[in-house]
Write a protein that binds this ligand. Structure first.
Ligand code: SF4
Ligand code: SF4
Length: 153
């Protein structure tokens, strides 16, 4: 061991360097506290949260064509699509749509399977509830979308 290494060990140079690095990151100016729920954090663009059934913004008619692909893609089998055949156009018409939020793992497979972008997992993340009551969302709830609570002091 050289005399330089001996001195380094004697004066705990490496330890002091490490401590300096640690405390450099603890400066109050570098601390950031999110003021949730007063200020809602911006989540990642591809975040998958509460589901929504989209309507055509011009006609307000549902974009869902009742193809049932989302229900087939769901590994949890939690989507149930109800439909009936329109006698004139011979097209399927959506009647009911249920989505069991309590069993959803937000994998996004249903959203990916949807050919019309009717089903969308939004960026709303406030879905922690004390009860499973109301966890099955019907078509109305899915079309209205969640209404995030705005907290004020
Ligand atoms: S996100 Fe996944 S688990 Fe949830 S409904 Fe869609 S496919 Fe099913
Ligand atoms: S939400 Fe999309 S995938 Fe599901 S039934 Fe409607 S159009 Fe088909």
């Amino acid at each position: 061991m050289t005399w330089k290494q001996t001195l380094k060990r004697l004066f705990l140079v490496d330890l002091l360097r490490g401590l300096r690095r640690t405390f450099a990151y603890q400066a109050p100016s570098k601390c950031y506290t999110e003021q949730y729920p007063q200020e809602r954090p911006i989540v990642a663009e591809r975040y998958r949260g509460a589901p929504r059934l989209n309507n055509n913004p011009e006609t307000s008619e549902t974009l869902c064509i009742a193809c049932n692909l989302c229900a087939l893609a769901c590994p949890e089998n939690l989507i149930v699509v109800g439909w009936q055949r329109d006698e004139q156009s011979r097209r399927k018409v959506l009647t009911t749509f249920t989505y069991d939020l309590s069993r959803c793992m937000f994998c996004g497979l249903c959203e990916d399977a949807c050919p019309t972008d009717a089903l969308e997992l939004t960026q709303d993340f406030e879905m922690a509830y004390y009860t499973r009551e109301g966890a099955i969302w019907d078509r109305h709830m899915l079309e209205e979308g969640p209404t995030p609570v705005r907290y004020t002091r």
